[in-house]
Ligand binder design. Structure first.
Ligand code: SF4
Length: 349
């Protein structure tokens, strides 16, 4: 940390002391170490959404993450709670790949082609609040990379088919893990709607929206093989937003929480190569110097990197007013249904 960061760090600590339990900072695992050191809760997007829902005493929630995460916190917020995002430039290109008008159009095509069948819409957490509300309104749910298999199983138990937004790769990797045959996984390209026939649509078990995370799509099968050659003793773990071939060549696949726990529990001297956002890999390497933690290749999320000690401090200086994230009552109602369904299914309630 440079001197400015150090002084922001100390000032944030003091502000936190003044507010006590009225202020909560939630930090996603892709944030830098110093930001996570100041966070009251750190975790993946599932853990943080659960933390956000459990905050009864906090009036102020500061989300050190990207916009869709702060929106989810705003959906789950109690009356009177204020959610702030330190930088409005912290978006997510994948979340923006599923726009409500396109999703509604695709949904109408599918439901028209399949009268009498129940289609369950599931959206990845990495989606906008209006897509979460769409899923809630149509009997669906949200999922994250840590619980996608549970939510897919739940959906197939309660319906005939799944429509999954917006990450093709998480959808494919989850479908593959559940043994859903390739020819039943229908890639829905919203720019090719007019090419799809009722016969194509009826053959699918899962519709996968054509979206992706550029940070994880960057990893290739070759990167994994090169890592395997350079570090023959390494255990390779890939995030399920990576391509299928990356997952097929890795030893394990799991969410950021899974990766963190794996590294924490690995014996001293382990060599672990990780295919996910590099800020997290670098941080784990610093936190566990007795293990060799390396990235499969370096891929950074520029959106997560928008959050800094400086803009967290600025947000706290303008607590309750700067970059406040709000959602409409309708989105709060239906988005909340989709998020709570996720939490209940995951917790086995
Ligand atoms: S890592 Fe990918 S999915 Fe996550 S915020 Fe960045 S662009 Fe979005």
């Amino acid at each position: 940390m440079n001197n400015t960061d150090l002084s922001s760090f100390e000032e944030i600590k003091n502000i936190k002391k003044q507010y006590g339990e009225k202020l909560v900072i939630l930090g996603h695992l892709y944030q830098r170490k110093e930001i996570l050191d100041l966070s009251d809760y750190k975790g993946d997007s599932f853990a943080l959404s659960k933390n956000a829902a459990e905050q009864k005493n906090a009036k102020h929630i500061i989300f050190a993450g990207v916009h869709f995460m702060a929106e989810s916190a705003a959906i789950l917020a109690q009356s009177g709670q204020i959610v702030q995002l330190p930088s409005m430039n912290a978006g997510c290109p994948m979340a923006d790949m599923a726009e409500l008008a396109d999703v509604e159009h695709a949904w109408n095509m599918v439901t028209d082609a399949l009268p009498g069948q129940t289609i369950i819409p599931i959206t990845y957490m990495n989606s906008t609040a209006d897509i979460k509300a769409f899923c809630g309104k149509h009997g669906g749910a949200v999922c994250t990379s840590s619980n996608a298999e549970k939510l897919f199983k739940w959906a197939l138990k309660n319906g005939d088919k799944i429509f999954f937004f917006p990450d093709e790769y998480l959808g494919r990797n989850t479908s593959n893990a559940l043994g859903i045959p390739r020819d039943k996984q229908f890639l829905w390209n919203p720019h090719k709607n007019e090419e799809y026939s009722a016969k194509d649509i009826s053959s699918a078990q899962v519709f996968l929206w054509r979206g992706y995370c550029h940070v994880h799509r960057f990893f290739s099968e070759e990167h994994v093989k090169e890592t395997r050659t350079a570090y023959p003793d390494a255990v390779i773990i890939a995030h399920p937003e990576c391509r299928e071939q990356v997952i097929a060549n890795a030893d394990y696949s799991g969410s950021t929480s899974f990766i963190s726990k794996y590294v924490e529990n690995a014996p001293k001297g382990s060599v672990i190569a990780i295919a996910t956002e590099v800020t997290m890999v670098d941080r784990l390497a610093v936190e566990y110097p007795d293990k060799k933690i390396i990235p499969v290749t370096r891929s950074i999320c520029p959106d997560m990197f928008q959050i800094t000690l400086k803009n967290i401090k600025e947000t706290l200086d303008n607590i309750g007013s700067r970059n406040v994230i709000t959602v409409s009552d309708e989105i709060k109602k239906f988005g909340g249904m989709a998020l709570r369904t996720m939490i209940n299914v995951t917790m086995g309630n």
